[in-house]
Design a protein around this ligand. Sequence first.
Ligand code: NAP
Length: 489
Amino acid sequence: MPHSAEVDTGAAAAAPNRPLRVAIIGAGPAGVYAADILTKAERDFEVSIDLFDAYPAPYGLIRYGVAPDHPRIKGIVKALHKVLDRGDIRFLGNVTYGRDLLLSDIRAMYDAVIFATGAIKDAAMNIPGIELDGSHGAADFVSWYDGHPDVPREWPLDAKEVAVLGNGNVALDVARVLSKHADDLLTTEIPDNVYAGLKSSPVTDVHVFGRRGPAQVKFTPLELRELSHSRDVDIVLYPEDFEFDEASDEAIKTNNQVKTMVNTLANWMVEQDEREEDPNFTPASRRLHLHFLHSPVEITGEDGRVTGMTFERQELDGTGNVRGTGELVEYPLQAVYRAIGYFGSELAELEFDAQRGVLVNDGGRVLDADGAAVPGIYTTGWIKRGPVGLIGHTKGDALETIGNLLEDRTELPPATEPSESAILDFLEARGVEYTTWNGWLNLDAHERGLGEAAGELTTEAGAITRERIKVVEREDMVRISRGTEAGAE
Ligand code: NAP
């Protein structure tokens, strides 16, 4: 039985045609792409892969990071499902690295390990008032509305006026979910507690604040356009925010995405002017304001609670960057969400770059404190390169990491217990209630069944049916996944 003793990494290197046993930690897109690329790589030796996740279900960021009203991105699940359903990659869920499984355990049972744990925390923001009640990290809110098993079920939705800081797609997700009427999210897989929370929200105004200009946003065009599709929500823009410097003009000329987004904003401005002149126009009950050139200065509060926020107006400096004008502006607000980027979490026994929130690595080879590659340890995805880029970009990462792993293969310290049953015996001996691919199929069918059982619902948005209702509690997920059978086959 493998245990947590140090493995001699100076052991004889793997024979050229010896099968390769690989553990991948993290069954989100990064982990699944890496597993897929490795299984399909041209080679003259066997590969067997165990794909672990701390959650009882696979898909990582797609299940717990993508907004529920983004079925297009959720469609990526179909592609990942196909990969995992082939049967040549074994999924083992509900197993936490650093607690259920240590590095020495992995080294005993695998020739190599790839860390693909992503980034789930909010980047820190150091301004006065950030600690007040009502000041939230967007990543925490996303975890709540996506039914993450390890966050509280209740979310305080008592603010009428809300700020969302940042001009990336996460800011758009958060602003859209906060401003949408809950009934318009009922066709999605949102858990019941999330629907109930959003339904009771008294919100009237959601303000998104970017510190740079309209040509410097980090949104993507489709996601920006989607803002205008919410029922009974008016988009509000401010002409004084539409400043363009030389770098902005150049970006609009040379970058189609920037051009499209600036055009979208300009069209909305024209529509807004027309609305204001239309005597028959009926204002929506909620507004989504987009502000630019506002840099956060301070969150203000009373009795420990957010009551407003101060920003310094910015001006573009010619290069697409901004400088402060010294003009301070204040907004009354009862909640602030900072959506200024995600941040990776440290992993036991591995060198972590605390500035960038990534594992210290060179092309996916994890390095030690002296900058030397640690034999057999690799990384891919957001924990490798930081939390930027769309899901598809992770494929390039995986290609590089797998290329390097295969280049190193004959030098890898071989596992001492390479049998496929060793890890199952190990987890069972430790009392870890791991879940399997068949377990996921059980849970998937169960969640769809819950959606079907809800039948046709009459809502403010008309008659709807629910495709799926997510199971949130970890114990329920494990129980349903494991069913009456023991788990892995
Ligand atoms: P992001 O795209 O990096 O955007 C972060 C935003 O925060 C930027 O506008 C940045 O402004 C701003 N910011 C950073 N520090 C700030 C500060 N101290 N004060 C004020 N503003 C600050 O990050 P993200 O929104 O977390 O998204 C992460 C990745 O996931 C992105 O690649 C995104 O496209 C992707 N994603 C995609 C979707 C989708 O639906 N397709 C949904 C969610 C996320 P500056 O530019 O001035 O630094």
